[in-house]
Design a binder for this molecule. Structure first.
Ligand code: ADP
Length: 504
């Protein structure tokens, strides 16, 4: 995690800028055109920080999804524009998309903050630039995707090689917590490999995906290669999963929906990759740099209001370092002030909805009833928007619901352990396995523990860092398939084996 995230509001300098975003009514983006839903139905997207309606967005039904899939299929199978585009030109297109994201970064940051309630500090320094970087990273790939020539023992002489081919039409269903970034993680590698896409943004946060759709026109992406259908999960999302014309589903979201998607996709044997929830342990050994560990632990759980699948939401602290670590954590958590997400100094924004706030607050009650103590926060802030105080629960044991269930909000459950063996055992005692952090000055212990943690990512003396070149994904109920880096090229290609008989 970048050092900047450990700073408090007083420590950052900012500049107030006039707003650039002018959200307009959203339409579906199908075959390179913005269209209304065939039913003409729309739904509202709201600003969580105020509860006010930002704009109306078209609600896609199965018939609209069908049109989008057909457009994507046509762009994949027919014509010369996408199918025959050479890798160099595909590379340039991806680079152009990254340039357009950068050129419109202020507007995109504002749209993201309006739609999600996250601080503009975060959307302008992380979400939007990292999305642009993702397209830059995958712009390098089209010219480097390659098969292999293989030794074989088939008896006679044969040449055997593999081709890496695009899968076809990819249905991509993404959540509301990092809307443009989740789009980038899925769209950039899928395009790099030559697929076509039907994307469904979360119903809460459709705005940046629709603005991105405009940018694909500006970049010159052929019509039908990228389509956006806005709407709800059980209708629009399900229609994508059920559609026989979709070859692959890439999903990020809840475990429950991930399971439903896997079941649905089984009917047509779609390829599936799932990035689901987490309950990531952040393990602090007493021999760590405790002050730094505490500062980073704060970002690990409170960044994006804790609405992160990687949130370091179970903080395991070795008894001998407990008091020192906790005094820094408590002190700094108390200083985190929530405020208008559009104000550049705000470090804690609004949760996504009333329903979600209620759910998160209910976990505080559940924790109390289970015997945890609320040492910081635990309450809603004000009555407008869905703001909540950064919350630290102490006296938590790993078997409590607040330690086992994903809360997806600004709630840290702190668990004390006596010796390393106990810490690692308890850390692994979870349904999830997305990420874990380990803090220690003992390099041997750090690496040995990293091997033993059951998680797709292990951070040593840092937390919450991702990089477009580095694979990301989960063990256990956190899903399967690895996004980012070279790993995503495998997610978006089929391997074809070609045998050539060379016998005379
Ligand atoms: P969260 O709990 O973060 O809202 P969800 O898993 O509910 O996560 O939603 C993530 C994405 O999955 C959203 O775009 C949502 O609309 C979509 N979704 C929800 N239910 C379904 C479903 N049954 N089939 C397909 N997509 C769905």
């Amino acid at each position: 995690m970048p050092e900047i995230l450990t700073q408090t509001s007083e420590e950052i300098s900012v500049e107030l800028k006039p707003a650039k975003a002018k959200p307009k009514p959203g339409k579906l983006f199908i075959g390179g055109e913005f269209v209304n839903a065939l039913s003409a139905r729309t739904f509202e997207t709201r600003n969580p920080a105020t509860g006010e309606v930002i704009t109306e967005v078209a609600e896609a039904g199965p018939e609209d999804v069908d049109l989008a899939v057909r457009a994507a299929r046509k762009a994949f199978e027919e014509g010369n524009t996408w199918r025959k585009m050479n890798p160099r030109d595909r590379s340039r297109l991806l680079w152009k998309l990254s340039e357009l994201i950068r050129a419109n970064a202020e507007e995109l940051s504002e749209l993201e903050t309006l739609d999600t309630g996250k601080p503009i500090f975060e959307s302008s320094r992380f979400d939007i630039p990292l999305s642009a970087e993702c397209f830059e990273y995958y712009a390098g790939w089209p010219t480097k995707i390659a098969g292999e020539t293989l030794a074989n023992s088939s008896g006679g002489e044969a040449l055997v090689y593999t081709l890496k081919e695009p899968i076809g039409v990819c249905g991509q269903i993404i959540p509301w917590n990092f809307p443009l970034q989740m789009l980038a993680w899925k769209v950039a590698p899928a395009l790099a490999c030559g697929n076509t896409i039907v994307l469904k943004p979360a119903e809460q946060t459709p705005l940046t995906a629709l603005r991105f759709a405009e940018l694909t026109l500006e970049a010159g992406l052929p019509p039908g290669v990228f389509n956006v259908v806005t709407g709800f999960g059980p209708t629009t999302g399900k229609a994508i999963v059920d559609h026989a014309g979709v070859d692959k589903i890439a999903f990020t979201g809840s475990v429950e929906v991930g399971k439903a998607i896997m079941r649905g996709a089984a009917n047509t044997l779609k390829r599936v990759s799932l990035e689901l929830g987490g309950k990531s342990p952040n393990i602090i050994f007493a021999d760590a740099d405790l002050e730094t560990a505490a500062k980073f632990a704060l970002g690990g759980i409170f960044f994006n209001q804790g609405e992160m699948c990687t949130a370091g939401s179970r903080i395991f602290v070795e008894e001998a370092g407990y008091d020192e670590f906790m005094s820094v954590l408590r002190g700094r958590a108390q200083k985190m002030v929530a405020g208008d997400p559009l104000h550049p100094k705000t470090r804690l924004g609004s949760l996504i909805s009333q329903e979600h706030l209620d759910r998160v607050l209910n976990y505080v009650t559940i924790g109390r009833n289970e015997g945890a103590s609320v040492s910081i926060g635990g309450e809603r802030i004000g009555t407008k928007g869905y703001f909540m105080k950064p919350t630290v629960l102490e006296d938590v044991t790993n078997s409590m619901r607040v330690a086992q269930e994903e809360i997806f909000g600004p709630v840290a459950s702190v668990i004390k352990f006596r010796e390393p063996e106990e810490g690692i055992r308890e850390a692994n005692n979870s349904e999830f396995g997305l990420a874990a952090a380990i803090w220690t000055r003992d390099i041997k212990k750090a690496h040995l523990m990293a091997r033993r943690v059951k998680a797709g990512t292990v951070w040593i003396n840092t937390i919450s860092t991702t990089d477009n070149a580095v694979p990301f994904g989960g063990y256990k109920s956190s899903g399967f398939g690895r996004e980012l880096g070279r790993a995503a090229i495998d997610l978006y290609t089929e391997t074809k084996t070609v045998w050539v008989d060379l016998n005379g």
